[in-house]
Design a protein around this ligand. Structure first.
Ligand SMILES: *[C@@H]1O[C@H](CO)[C@@H](O)[C@H](O)[C@H]1NC(C)=O
Ligand SMILES: *[C@@H]1O[C@H](CO)[C@@H](O)[C@H](O)[C@H]1NC(C)=O
Ligand SMILES: *[C@@H]1O[C@H](CO)[C@@H](O)[C@H](O)[C@H]1NC(C)=O
Length: 924
């Protein structure tokens, strides 16, 4: 987990370790192994190789997988494009793949003799892409379950910074709703890590995500280590796994400094080293026949896992971001001589590739997010170009979910983004298959498709690196996981690897400025002539609809568009011999910009994050701070009855804000921050403006009034509704509330639960019946809105879905409509079909920049119901209407400039904004 927020149990005082170190001569040594009499055989096992022997592999190929489920029929998948993972991920085999006994039997041409297996099922893949099952190297599935309930939050022990004896398996909830969601995204294997609140949080375990007949946590394990003593006849030694964490999380949890953390590690490893040395002397003596048959094998149950780290028998996953922490980690690994399998989050690894090569025992793999950065200081220099830069430096790159920080169902989207930002396609695919499998020590059985590998694979509806790629079937151990998958038709371009833009200058700047490249553009009020334009879209103005300015709605070719002071002057076909633009007499000094078939399209509006109120969410001094909630807090009397206004705390130029701007999001609406009932009045502002006083910076200073109604507040839901009832029906109402009651500004209610929404619709009905005006109501969040789509549509209530892709994070959100392949329809489609004004919001500041990909994804998931205009409206006109921005007069429009493709493509790149509102063209 990224941050270690816990409702209770946060330990703030340093917690001293009280470990009594035991020596070889101690008479009460705890033992973890069954055999109570130590033998030289035990000593020999310390040196046994953990790589599977060729004999073992041969026997496995004959007998089948240890995870084979009796009765599973063999499957022959015909006519596929198979990304096997071989040749460093570049191999594509056109042909068939045969699965039996939980294993891949053959790939490519399958001899006829093999296709006469009894009970063989034959599946025609229809030329679709197949990849290995996705391996998520960093997941908290089962230990941070969905829905999140106090009874199933088992990821972080807060008892001590050093706890190598804890095991994530002991907290693995088999009823997490997220398993089937992750499988629906193609994830077949995951490493379940303890959280990062501790320097040593405990042992991790690998699982396969499918349900098992035994229904136990242990039955899900992939390569269960012998130390679990699950099966006494299984004697093949296997790698173990463990979590370490540096930096802010353990510091925050234990009130310690980086110096304390480093010492905690060194003390723990020093103790483990002494045990290891005692064991080695013991074994050396025993092997020379000097053992008395009495002295016990030196062991310590609390330290044995760390001793195994020192013996190279544990694949370590280290949560560690900054150069300072990475440096300490390299020193630790060399001081105690142990290898590091992978470094996670790893925000600054791309800045110190040579340092990482100093790791003892080999170069670690680097496990990253694609764009989830800047939530805390140590993630501030995170870069979307890190995967590419690390790969250039020969470091293996993993993309991971940290589920539920990111929904692991969409782990492939992380690989897609890494590819968009210039990681090569083979490495992007390998980053969620072969590379994590290798880093976890199971690369010989998962992460690739070859004879003898586990039968874990995904059949995709499009190329897996194409935006919105969705599994049509997922096999785990040869067992199909989707019972009646909803299949989507994907347009032809999505069947190939996207042709992504060039980012060479951005990559250079990222390194040069150590992750903080300047983000301001170059503004001009002069003429800019855009050539080779194929689409020009506009919002339509005055409550209109998104429309194309060029012929028809289809992309045309080779238009020229002249822009002056940020506004379009004219457009003409290039072949029209200077055409209309020439008639307007544009000057010869116009700057000419080639859009390479690109587009001009309306700037998007984002809502749902704290953009503009926070630079680094977990650093209070960089945020506006939380407002006092009159329902659940004592409000200082000096405030009187004022309703707080976000505009009064607005900050411009934050990096998340500027990245949103550079992603085509030109307007942000933000409400005051707070977890209580009443947040206050939101502001609509221009993300590209440098400060509040610049012309066009503030679009509307009091946009909407915002409240939350949910079941995790100190006051009951019924109390929250009581408060709302009082505010709406009491005669004396204050400024903001009277404007809500007059229908001047919308009441935006953050609510996920359908029963609460029903109550709110009822309340609106009561209010509207008694009042001359109708309440303008918007539900934000609204995960369960699809259950009341007809009623919400009939009531004229708007919905802002946030997150755009649903996840049952809490009890209030548990009834999701998951979308393909688990359901034919999505929430967006269902709401649109019932005439609801629906928009797509976000939850995190970093994510605002990805708005256009969310729109594209919503359209792709709709199977043709949502066309380009409707998709664009989800973050333009519909959003404005939901937030009450549709009635303000805007002087001019912001048009985003896309080069190389349109709004919805991984092919395109935003290269600037023609801001009619600010009367400039800004180029990046
Ligand atoms: C795979 O990549 C590694 C590292 O870049 C290289 O050493 C190796 O030769 C490559 N193998 C193939 C088959 O291309
Ligand atoms: C125990 O392990 C052995 C050796 O791997 C295997 O043959 C046997 O099926 C396993 N038994 C169970 C119950 O898993
Ligand atoms: C316009 O851009 C497209 C896409 O890059 C390219 O194929 C085409 O040749 C360009 N046309 C002109 C006239 O430059």
């Amino acid at each position: 987990m990224w941050d270690t927020k816990r409702k209770n149990g946060r330990v703030l005082v340093a917690f001293g370790l009280t470990i009594v170190f035991l020596t070889i001569h101690s008479s009460f040594l705890p033992r973890y192994l069954d055999n109570t009499i130590p033998t030289p055989r035990q000593c020999a096992s310390l040196r046994a190789s953990l790589e599977p022997s060729s004999d073992f592999i041969a026997s496995r190929n004959t007998l089948g997988s240890d995870r084979f489920v009796e009765g599973t029929p063999p499957v022959l998948i015909r006519n596929a494009k198979i990304l096997t993972g071989a040749r460093n991920g570049t191999e594509i085999v056109f042909g068939d793949i045969l699965l039996d006994k939980g294993l891949v039997i053959g790939v490519g041409y399958i001899p006829n003799a093999l296709t006469r297996l009894p009970h063989l099922r034959v599946v025609d893949a229809g030329g679709k892409w197949i990849s290995p099952g996705i391996v998520d190297a960093h997941s908290h599935l089962g230990v941070y379950s969905a829905p999140a309930l106090n009874g199933a939050s088992d990821g972080n022990s807060m008892k001590s910074p050093i706890q190598p004896w804890l095991r994530s398996l002991d907290g693995l909830n088999t009823h997490d709703d997220a398993y089937k969601l992750a499988i629906a995204g193609g994830v077949t294997t995951a490493q379940i890590l303890p959280g990062s609140a501790n320097n040593i949080g405990g042992q991790a375990f690998l699982i396969k995500l499918r349900p098992t007949a035994e229904r136990s946590a242990s039955a899900m394990l992939l390569e269960p280590p012998l130390t679990l003593l699950l099966n006494s006849s299984d004697t093949r030694p296997k790698y173990r796994h463990m979590k370490h964490a540096c930096g802010e999380n353990p510091s925050r949890s234990y009130g310690q400094t980086r110096m304390d953390s480093a010492w905690e590690f060194r003390r723990a490893y020093d103790q483990a080293r002494q045990i290891k040395e005692a064991q080695d002397s013991f074994c050396a003596a025993a092997e020379q026949g000097l053992w008395d048959g009495q002295t016990p094998f030196p062991e310590n149950l609390q330290r044995e896992a760390l001793v195994d780290v020192l013996r190279g028998r544990v694949k370590l996953s280290v949560h560690c971001y900054e150069a300072v922490d990475l440096d300490a980690l390299m020193r630790l690994s060399n001081e105690f001589k142990f290898p590091i399998a992978s470094i996670h989050h790893a925000g600054e690894t791309y800045l110190v590739p040579d340092l990482l090569k100093k790791a003892w025992g080999g170069v670690p793999s680097i496990a990253l997010f694609a764009s989830n950065f800047r939530k805390k200081r140590e993630a501030y220099r995170g870069s979307e170009f890190a995967p590419r830069i690390l790969a250039d430096n020969g470091l293996p790159v993993i993309m991971k979910s940290d589920h539920p920080v990111l929904n692991s169902r969409h782990l492939m989207y992380e690989a897609q983004q890494a590819h968009y930002y210039s990681l090569n396609p083979a490495l992007a695919l390998a980053s969620v298959t072969a590379v994590p499998a290798n880093a976890l020590g199971v690369g010989w059985r998962v992460g690739m498709l070859a004879s003898g590998y586990d039968a874990d694979l995904v059949i995709w509806d499009s190329h897996p690196l194409a935006l919105g790629a969705t599994p049509v079937q997922v096999y785990i151990d040869g067992i199909p996981q989707l019972s009646s998958p909803a299949m989507l038709h994907k347009p032809a371009p999505f069947q190939d690897v996207p042709v992504t833009p060039s980012w060479e200058q951005e990559v250079k700047d990222t390194i040069k400025f150590e992750g903080l490249p300047p983000l301001a553009g170059r503004s001009t009020t002069g003429s800019v002539l855009f050539v080779n334009v194929s689409q020009v879209w506009t919002r339509g103005g005055g409550g209109g609809a998104v429309t194309s300015l060029l012929t028809a709605d289809e992309p045309a070719h080779d238009w020229q568009v002249l822009v002056q002071r940020g506004a379009i002057q004219c457009f003409a076909r290039a072949d029209a011999r200077r055409g209309e633009c020439a008639a307007r007499g544009y000057s010869a000094d116009a700057q000419i910009v080639d859009l390479m078939g690109g587009a001009l399209a309306p700037g998007l509006t984002t809502f749902g994050s704290d953009l503009g109120l926070s630079a680094i969410m977990l650093e209070p001094s960089t945020t506006d701070g939380r407002v006092f909630d009159p329902l659940t807090m004592v409000v200082p009397s000096i405030l009187g009855d004022s309703v707080i206004r976000a505009v009064d705390g607005l900050q411009f130029g934050g990096r998340n804000t500027l990245y949103a701007y550079r992603g085509g999001v030109t307007t942000a609406v933000v409400a005051p921050m707070g977890h209580g009932f009443l947040q206050g009045l939101s502001v609509a502002f221009a993300t590209g403006a440098s400060n509040a006083l610049v012309h066009g910076a503030i679009l509307k200073s009091e946009t909407a009034l915002h409240i939350s109604v949910h079941s995790e507040m100190l006051a009951s839901v019924s109390t929250q509704i009581g408060a709302l009832r009082n505010l709406l029906f009491s005669r004396s109402s204050l400024g903001a509330w009277s404007r809500v009651k007059n229908g001047e500004i919308p009441l935006v209610i953050k609510v996920h639960n359908a029963d609460i929404m029903a109550t709110l619709l009822h309340l609106k009905g009561e209010f509207d019946a008694l009042s001359t005006s109708s309440l303008r109501m918007t539900f934000a969040g609204a995960t369960e809105a699809h259950l009341l789509a007809a009623e919400i549509g009939a009531a004229g209530v708007s919905v802002i879905l946030a997150p755009a892709r649903p996840y049952p994070a809490t009890w209030d959100q548990r009834r999701i409509l998951p979308g393909p392949p688990l359901s034919r329809k999505t929430s967006v489609v269902t709401l649109l079909e019932h005439g609801v004004n629906v928009a797509l919001g976000v939850q995190s500041d970093y994510d605002a920049r990805n708005a256009r990909f969310e729109l594209a994804w919503a359209a792709l998931d709709s199977d043709g119901v949502i066309d380009h205009k409707t998709a664009m409206a989800l973050s333009t006109n519909n959003m404005d209407k939901a937030l009450g921005l549709d009635h303000i007069t805007l002087h001019g429009e912001d048009l985003v400039i896309y080069q190389g493709g349109g709004v919805f493509d991984f092919d395109s790149k935003v290269i600037g904004v023609a801001s009619g509102r600010r009367a400039v063209v800004e180029l990046f």
